[in-house]
Design a protein around this ligand. Structure first.
Ligand code: NCD
Length: 315
């Protein structure tokens, strides 16, 4: 077994394996009866932050593989009584949950869970750190439109600073050979970009010029302190991807957004629902990559140095 905590920790081979597995699952649509080994397994879905698409697609992925799942939120569980993450994880382990899918507002929380849980832990988004399965869904979608990610110019536009989706995509797409551009107001670009394999643009026209893929991100108001943007309408006037600004990118470019979209802010309706948009394909592929991630996490490969391997786990 192995954890899926961050794309940054993965070898290119792992990323390729995951993407191939997801494409194969999509093509051959496994029925629960062809995935007997997972039938006895129970997935614990630990969501400390709101989520619609990620939670539902993990549930659909579990169902597709014939796995059982049980959901825990902050309300309705002992977490609301102040139980620590460590104790919650140890309790889940003792009740016989086989794997954890976890979303948490603290960056790095899944690493702590992985330390105390004896099965695979899959990060479903941790704070401002990573959201590996979203990046895998995005790469899978890109690969359905281009033969390879290598050499593509991919511009990620918007609130990069608060975005775990951006961080996972920066690592994944650059590992696969793309030129990654981060575009947004200076206050919403990474503060210490030195270690990131991407270039920074605070001007939309330069940032998305000739892009093969334009990925817009949500303005994460819940993580945003005051003073980062002067107003949402000013943001929209400078960084919105709309029927006028999209012309700066390549005519056949893909328009992506991990959702949820603030319509009329990051994207206008014409572009969100237009011919270049692959947003619903991202959602659809989210289920297949999550099935792949679950299979991969349970697969019995113990020589994977990059993905942290837990001791004493069931394989
Ligand atoms: C993102 C998230 O929660 O990280 N959404 C998602 O999982 N598809 C992005 C966001 O909240 O803006």
């Amino acid at each position: 077994m192995r954890h899926l905590l961050a794309i940054r920790d993965l070898e290119v081979k792992d990323i390729q394996d995951l993407l191939e597995l997801a494409a194969d699952i999509k093509k051959n649509k496994p029925t629960p009866s062809t995935t007997k080994s997972s039938e006895q397994r129970v997935l614990g879905m630990l969501f400390f932050e709101n989520s619609t698409r990620t939670r539902v697609s993990f549930e659909q992925a579990a169902r597709g593989l014939g796995m059982q799942y049980t959901s825990f939120g902050v309300t309705g569980s002992s977490i609301a009584k102040g139980e620590s993450l460590k104790d919650t994880v140890i309790t889940l382990r003792s009740t016989g949950v086989d794997a954890l899918v976890m979303r948490h507002d603290a960056s790095g929380a899944p690493y702590l869970a992985a330390k105390f849980f004896n099965g695979p832990v899959i990060n479903a988004g941790d704070g401002m750190h990573e959201h590996p399965t979203q990046a895998l869904a995005d790469a899978m979608t890109i690969l359905e439109h281009f033969p390879s990610v290598k050499g593509l110019r991919i511009s990620i536009v918007g609130d990069i600073f608060h975005s775990r989706v951006a961080r996972s995509n920066i690592w994944l797409l650059s590992k696969l050979g793309a030129e990654v551009r981060l575009v947004g107001p200076r206050t919403l670009l990474p503060r210490y970009p030195g270690g990131l394999p991407a270039s920074l643009y605070s001007d939309l026209a330069t940032g998305i010029a000739n892009a093969d893929v334009v990925m817009a991100l949500r303005l994460q108001k819940e993580r945003m302190g005051d003073g980062l943007i002067s107003s949402v309408s000013e943001y929209a006037s400078q960084f919105q991807i709309n029927s006028r600004t999209i012309r700066i990118a390549k005519p056949e470019c893909l328009v992506m957004h991990p959702g949820p979209i603030n319509r009329g802010l990051e994207l206008d309706d014409a572009v969100a629902d237009g011919k270049n948009s692959v947003i619903s394909e991202q959602v659809e592929n989210g289920v297949f990559v999550r099935m792949a991630a679950l299979k991969w996490a349970f697969s019995n490969k113990l020589d994977n140095k990059a993905a942290v391997t837990a001791k004493g786990a069931k394989s």
